[in-house]
Design a protein around this ligand. Structure first.
Ligand code: SF4
Length: 294
């Protein structure tokens, strides 16, 4: 465990390899993230991804690619951040010192990455570290999330990691960007089977409630067709019909600079139309929260 003294915390936080933190209006406070794919490894190649994989890896990224995630370092960085939070010192460190007092509260800890975190062999151990530290720092009311593209849930090692996540009260946020295989291949840059991903989501959501994160965008002037949107609505309904506990469907569009310049955002009214179609198909009493963000 890291001992805190008069260290330059800002510098130290900036030098973190895995753990980062942002104050966000969306979260209404502080979100802590753990990047398990410093080496940018992903089995998708979404044209809307913000990770630029054409840039050569830095020495640190090459090291992580060669040696894997350093779990002790993840722990050390997380303990450092939680210690600063517990003492209140974080709010004296730039840029957190500019946060409104109402935002000076930890809301969530999320495992995500510049790639697919379930592809990381150290996922189970990192979940153990987060779970242990949340308990030690008495942060049981803080949300614990895993952001994933749901492609690897059939692997026993990933299932063990998800079990550990669920045991510690964590939640799966699964990506579901398409209704048809052809749009899936374009929007997520993959030849994997959308049906297989759907089955993975059903498997997970039958056990614990999940959140679906669903990206819709244009390719130039081309928006998702009516047939594509209907297929996506049908796919979400098929998950619910199969006993999947879908707690929340987040419909959003691209907000930051994507890797493919032809990727453009959709208007809020278009996204709202998708949300309305899903609400109608599920029924207004479905209990599924459906939100739109631009
Ligand atoms: S799954 Fe996520 S990290 Fe991977 S390419 Fe898509 S947006 Fe990027």
């Amino acid at each position: 465990m890291q001992i805190l003294n008069f260290t330059d915390h800002r510098r130290q936080l900036l030098q973190n390899r895995y753990v980062y933190a942002v104050v966000s209006r969306r979260a209404k406070g502080l979100s802590v993230g753990i990047n398990l794919n410093v080496d940018k490894v992903c089995n998708f190649d979404c044209p809307y991804c913000q990770v630029n994989r054409t840039v050569p890896l830095t020495d640190t990224q090459k090291l992580v690619k060669k040696e894997g995630v350093d779990v002790l370092r993840v722990q050390s960085e997380l303990v450092h951040l939680f210690s600063l939070l517990a003492s209140g010192d974080l709010w004296n460190v730039a840029p957190f010192n500019t946060a409104d007092p109402s935002m000076q509260v930890l809301r969530d800890v999320s495992i995500s990455g510049d790639g697919e975190p379930t592809a990381c062999p150290e996922l189970l151990n990192v979940i153990g570290v987060v779970s242990e530290q949340l308990e030690l720092y008495q942060l049981s009311d803080v949300a614990f999330n895993l952001f994933t593209n749901a492609t690897l849930f059939h692997k026993p090692s990933v299932q063990s990691a998800l079990d550990a996540l669920w045991k510690s009260g964590g939640r799966v946020w699964a990506k579901l960007d398409a209704g048809t295989q052809s749009w899936f291949e374009r929007v997520d840059g993959t030849k994997l089977s959308l049906e297989k991903v759907t089955q993975n989501i059903i498997w997970a959501s039958r056990q614990h409630p999940i959140v679906l994160q669903c990206m819709f965008h244009r390719f130039g002037d081309e928006a998702p067709s009516d047939a594509e949107i209907k297929a996506w609505v049908d796919r979400v309904c098929s998950i619910v019909d199969a006993g999947g506990q879908v707690e929340w469907v987040q419909i959003y569009t691209t907000a930051r600079v994507p890797s493919d310049p032809s990727v453009l955002p959709l208007e809020k009214s278009f996204l709202q139309g998708i949300a309305d179609s899903l609400t109608n198909a599920l029924g207004i009493d479905s209990g599924v929260q459906i939100t739109v963000s631009v």
